[in-house]
Ligand binder design. Structure first.
Ligand SMILES: Cc1ncc(C[n+]2csc(CCOP(=O)(O)OP(=O)(O)O)c2C)c(N)n1
Length: 189
């Protein structure tokens, strides 16, 4: 399964959500589908997309927050799963695209490569109430639909190929994206 296919399948569902992505390939794939003001592409701060998602979810309990993350990023901030589980925001869906690789910086192997580290098991052990491990596009769609229907903190680990876009470049720098994202949230209600 490819991450780009998963993001494409989610794209309509993301319309009214607050969406935070990691940098690099994941951000580019979402951006290439068409930027929306409710998308925030976290640059530089590897590992902290889920922490920003948690802050948003706790402060905006009536908004659905979706975090698009990577295995390397989650491994860099592994405590995030325990913090999510402790505060348990029902409006947060944390999707981890596990390609076993630090793809955006050259494709180095991560700890999940060859099944060494099981992020879904870690999420369960951390106490996340709804965890799904998906390896096919069908499973991913089922798990996402289920997570969007629930009113419960969800982590979906999607095992994807270590492939990304053939180009990088977004006409939206971090400060502008941040200002516009903040404005979107303020104007929402
Ligand atoms: C603290 C920190 N270390 C390293 C980097 C450089 N860096 C940017 S993206 C990335 C890889 C991210 O890997 P992953 O989360 O698995 O996503 P993928 O690129 O595979 O989609 C790295 C190492 C960074 N931005 N910040």
């Amino acid at each position: 399964m490819k991450r780009s296919e998963c993001i494409k399948a989610l794209y309509e569902e993301l319309e009214d959500c607050l969406v935070v992505t990691i940098m690099g390939a994941c951000a580019q794939e979402l951006y290439d589908l068409g930027h929306r003001e409710n998308f925030f592409y976290l640059q530089h701060a590897m590992g902290l997309a889920s922490s920003i998602g948690l802050g948003l979810a706790l402060n905006r309990p009536h908004d659905r927050v979706v975090v698009l993350d990577g295995d390397g990023s989650v491994l860099m901030n592994l405590g995030t799963l325990t913090t999510l589980a402790r505060y348990r925001p029902a409006n947060l869906i944390h999707i981890i695209f596990d390609n076993g690789s630090l793809l955006s910086t050259g494709g180095f192997a991560s700890h999940t490569t060859s099944g060494i580290t099981d992020l879904a098991a870690i999420a369960r052990g951390a106490g996340v109430p709804n965890v799904a491990l998906t390896t096919t596009a069908y499973e991913f769609m089922e798990a996402s639909a289920d997570a969007f229907e629930r009113n419960e903190l969800s982590v979906i680990v999607a095992k994807v190929e270590a492939t990304g876009p053939d180009h990088f470049g977004m006409d939206l720098k971090l400060p502008e994206n941040a200002f516009r994202f903040e404005r979107y949230i303020k104007e929402k209600n």
